[in-house]
Unconditional design. Structure first.
Length: 423
């Protein structure tokens, strides 16, 4: 080992050495502080890194040992070593980089629960990125038109990975809670610290579309839906409706999507109530032919104003209506900046709104009030390096297209023609 020319053994030795070095740094100094590499320090570090790779390539023309770092053996070993950590990251529960991990034992000590800011991951990532950069620089320095797909693919991947790691310190992910009719300029970060933003959000209205109510039978002892491993339910879209749950025949005769609970002396009744706090109620009749038991009454999921109501069928089981699940929820908002720019938008889950470099996502709402919520919770994300990441991805796509176009698909035909001329 370590005799020229180097091979795979030296590649694995370098990878293992970097991993061990990373583990030592992780245990002695803790995780990598991504906030240290914020603009302009990250931009300067990126420039220095590129200059370093160019100088290494220039020196490699006279130092044979440096030529190994853009060889096939270096590419395979560096990529494999880094991908092993990526696979571990995918199999391990990850904690936010800014959070403090107080559990996890050995996994936490090695940094595997915060992989992207761990020293082993960072060193092996930089090793692979250096090899990738040197391979790309070598191809560019010996440019040939047939190498265009190779250069686009490798340069695009290099730009994407470099921008992603350098932009980690500038990435902002904040949470903002906005009450209806009250403009909000402040948001909290992952550490819970309040920050004032250059834009404000005013909630004009909040709406929820819910799935139809459903009925299921639960065990009175532990409240679990039955059957335990595969609970059955009846979806009530309209009435009258009949169905079976376990050994009970269920008939729904009345549906009040907007109802109020009116407790009586011995019974509970529901009436139409088209106002804030209304709940959903179903009048049901349950019959068990085997035992001859028949039960009738109202069932409701309740709301912040009215109680949850179930129908006890016997000592073992009850008929209940779980809370209605949201099908879609959205916020109609007014977004404006300190520069007096403003825009109206409807923000839904997976349909963010962009303004002034920020992406605003619908995250949650006041779940205690459900569809009567008067506040929305938004996630605001700003990543100034994202355009560079997209540039790298676009280069890889162009490289794939060029690879397809420049593929020598008609070589066999040309060979036949040349052979015919020779004959």
């Amino acid at each position: 080992m370590w005799k020229q020319p180097w091979g795979y053994a030296e590649g694995w030795a370098i990878s293992i050495g970097l991993f061990i070095t990373g583990v030592i740094l992780q245990m002695t100094t803790g995780k990598v502080d991504a906030t240290l590499f914020q603009y302009p320090l990250n931009a300067i570090a990126g420039g220095v890194f590129l200059f370093f790779l160019i100088m290494v390539y220039a020196a490699s023309r006279k130092a044979a040992v440096l030529q190994w770092f853009y060889s096939l053996m270096a590419s395979i070993t560096s990529l494999t070593a880094w991908m092993v950590l990526v696979i571990i990251m995918g199999l391990t529960r990850q904690v936010a980089p800014s959070a403090t991990v107080t559990h996890g034992g050995l996994l936490s000590g090695l940094g595997f629960m915060q992989m992207t800011v761990s020293w082993p991951f960072m060193l092996l990532f930089l090793y692979f990125l250096s090899v990738l950069g040197l391979v790309t620089i070598r191809k560019i320095s010996c440019f040939k038109w047939k190498d265009v797909p190779f250069i686009l693919n490798h340069a695009g991947l290099f730009i994407t990975l470099l921008a992603a790691i350098l932009g980690n310190g500038d990435l902002q992910r904040l949470r903002m809670t906005v009450s209806q009719g009250e403009p909000e300029w402040r948001a909290t970060d992952e550490a819970g610290e309040m920050q004032e933003l250059p834009l404000a959000i005013e909630l004009k209205s909040f709406t929820i579309d819910e799935y139809p109510p459903k009925l299921l039978i639960i065990d009175n002892a532990d409240g679990k839906a039955l059957p335990e491993k595969n609970p059955e339910n009846i979806l009530v879209e309209s009435t009258p409706l009949s169905g079976n749950l376990l050994d009970w025949e269920i008939e729904v005769t009345d549906l009040l999507p907007m109802a109020a609970c009116v407790p009586g002396k011995d019974t509970v009744n529901f009436v139409a109530f088209h106002s804030e706090g209304a709940t959903t109620a179903l009048y049901v009749t349950a019959c068990n032919k085997a035992s001859g038991v028949e039960k009738s009454g109202w069932v409701s999921c309740g709301s912040f104003m009215f109680p949850y109501v179930s129908l006890q069928l016997n000592e073992e089981v009850s008929l209940v209506m779980p809370e209605r699940e949201p099908k879609r929820f959205a916020s109609e908002v007014l977004v404006y900046t300190k520069e007096k720019e403003q825009a109206e938008a409807l923000i839904e889950v997976n349909k963010p709104f962009s303004m002034s470099g920020w992406k605003i996502y619908q995250l949650s709402y006041d779940e205690t009030k459900g569809k009567w919520s008067r506040l929305s919770i938004f996630e605001l994300v700003k990543d100034p390096w994202l355009p560079l990441v997209y540039t790298g991805i676009l280069m890889m796509l162009l490289g794939s297209v060029c690879l397809f176009i420049l593929a020598p698909g008609n070589k066999p035909e040309q060979t036949v023609v040349n052979d015919a001329k020779t004959v």
